[in-house]
Design a protein around this ligand. Structure first.
Ligand SMILES: *Cc1c(COP(=O)(O)O)cnc(C)c1O
Length: 363
C-alpha cells in the first residue's frame, strides 16, 4: 500500500521543537550551567555497579517517593515520580482532561500545557496575563465561577516571563473551585517560594517539581508531584507503568539524598541573575522583566534579528518573538559568569551597530 490512514486530528499539530543548536554559550533551555557535583556522580557510579539490568524497575519508584515524601513532611501516597515533569503534565491532561473536559490556561506560559490539551481533545480556556505578565486574578476567578473548569495550571515562577503567583491568590482560587489546580514549581528553588503549606486542607492542589533545573539533571528525566493521595491515585490509572527506568531512579535517590550539595550553585545562580539583570537594564534598547527564576525575559526591537547575531557570536538564547504576547521577546537563561558576560557583550555590540546604522541613515 502506498497510503496510510493518517489521523486527521494530528493534521495541524506541529511537533515540539526546543530549537536546540550547538553553541559555546548554551543559555536557551533554562538548564543549570553546572553538572551534578562530583561526589554525587561518584556515588552514582558505585551504586550502578550493583544494578540488575535484567530486572524491571520498581514501577512507582517507591524508594525515591519515600525520600521525597520524607523531605516534604508527606507520605509516599502523596508523591508521584515521572519521566520528567513533562510526563506528569501529559498525565495531568490524560487524567483530568479529555473530550468534554476543560483546561484553564494563563498565556503566555509553558506551551506544553496547551499542546497536551490539544492532543487529549481537552477544551482550552485562555485567560491572558496582564501587560506586566501578572495573572489576571479577577478574570480567572470570574471564569472559574461559571463552574465548568476541570483543571488549571499556574506556573510559579512563570516560564518564560519569570513572575511568581501570589500565595493569597492561589489560596483564594483553591477555595473557590473544585477544579484541580496544579502549581508548576519547576523553578521554585530559584524563587525560594513554594505553596506546599497549602496542600494541607486543599485536596484540589497538586504541585509539580523537576530535577531538570536546580538539580542539574535535565539529561536524566525526572519530575515529581506532591498532592492528595486520592488525586495521586487518579494519575496511577493513566501512567505508563515503567516510565521511570532503574538508572533514573538510582540517580534520583542519590541526588535527592544529597540535595544540600546543590545549595551553593542555586545561591550563585540567584546572585548571577541579579547581576545580569542590572547589566541588561544598563543596555540601551533592552527592556528587562523582573524574574524569580533562573532566566530573564528581554524585549527589544527586531529580537529575531538579534537572536541571529547572538548566535553568530556563540550565544544561544530562546527566541519567543513569534509567540503571541511575546512579540520582540528573547528569553535568556542565567549561565556561568562567562556565559552571562558573552551575552551582555553580544547585546551591546548589536545595539552599537544599530546606532551606527541609524546614524548613517540620518547622514
Ligand atoms: C522545565 C519545565 C518543566 C519540567 O521539565 P522536565 O525536564 O520535563 O522535568 C515543567 N514546567 C516548566 C514550566 C518548565 O519550564
Amino acid at each position: 500500500m502506498d497510503n496510510v490512514r493518517f489521523n486527521p486530528r494530528l493534521a495541524d499539530i506541529v511537533p515540539y521543537d526546543p530549537k536546540y543548536l550547538p553553541a559555546e554559550h548554551m543559555i536557551s533551555a533554562n538548564e543549570s550551567p553546572y553538572n551534578v557535583p562530583d561526589e554525587i556522580r561518584y556515588e552514582v557510579r558505585k551504586r550502578l555497579k550493583r544494578l540488575d539490568y535484567n530486572r524491571y524497575p520498581d514501577p512507582l519508584a517507591n524508594e525515591l517517593r519515600d525520600i521525597i515524601a520524607d523531605a516534604n513532611g508527606l507520605e509516599r501516597e502523596n508523591v508521584l515520580v515521572g519521566n520528567g515533569g513533562d510526563e506528569l503534565l501529559f498525565n495531568t491532561a490524560l487524567a483530568f482532561g479529555g473530550p468534554g473536559r476543560t483546561f484553564l490556561n494563563c498565556p503566555p506560559t509553558f506551551s506544553v500545557y496547551e499542546a497536551n490539551a490539544e492532543l487529549t481533545g481537552t477544551a482550552v480556556v485562555n485567560i491572558p496575563r496582564l501587560p506586566n505578565y501578572r495573572i489576571d486574578e479577577m478574570a480567572v476567578l470570574t471564569r472559574v465561577a461559571k463552574g465548568d473548569i476541570d483543571f488549571i495550571i499556574l506556573t510559579s515562577p512563570n516560564n518564560p516571563t519569570g513572575q511568581l503567583v501570589s500565595d493569597t491568590f492561589i489560596r483564594h482560587l483553591l477555595e473557590s473551585t473544585d477544579a484541580l489546580v496544579m502549581v508548576d514549581e519547576a523553578y521554585g528553588e530559584f524563587s525560594r517560594a513554594t505553596c506546599r503549606p497549602l496542600l494541607q486542607g486543599h485536596k484540589n492542589l497538586v504541585i509539580l517539581r523537576t530535577f531538570s533545573k536546580a538539580f542539574s539533571c535535565a539529561g536524566v528525566r525526572l519530575g515529581y508531584l506532591l498532592g492528595d493521595a486520592e488525586v495521586i491515585s487518579e494519575y496511577l490509572k493513566v501512567r505508563q507503568p515503567y516510565s521511570v527506568d532503574a538508572v533514573s531512579q538510582l540517580i534520583g535517590c542519590t541526588v535527592y539524598e544529597n540535595r544540600q550539595l546543590f545549595a551553593p550553585a542555586i545561591t550563585s545562580i540567584i546572585m548571577q541573575r541579579e547581576h545580569l539583570m542590572e547589566e541588561l537594564e544598563a543596555t540601551e534598547g533592552v527592556h528587562v522583566y523582573p524574574s524569580d527564576a533562573n532566566f530573564i525575559l528581554l524585549q527589544m526591537e527586531r529580537a529575531d534579528e538579534a537572536w541571529e547575531k547572538l548566535y553568530e557570536q556563540g550565544v544561544l538564547v530562546r527566541d519567543f518573538s513569534h509567540t503571541p504576547m511575546l512579540e520582540d521577546c528573547l528569553r535568556v537563561s542565567v549561565g556561568t559568569e562567562k556565559d552571562n558576560k558573552a551575552l551582555v557583550k553580544g547585546l551591546r555590540k548589536i545595539m552599537r551597530e544599530r546606532r551606527r546604522e541609524s546614524a548613517e541613515i540620518v547622514e
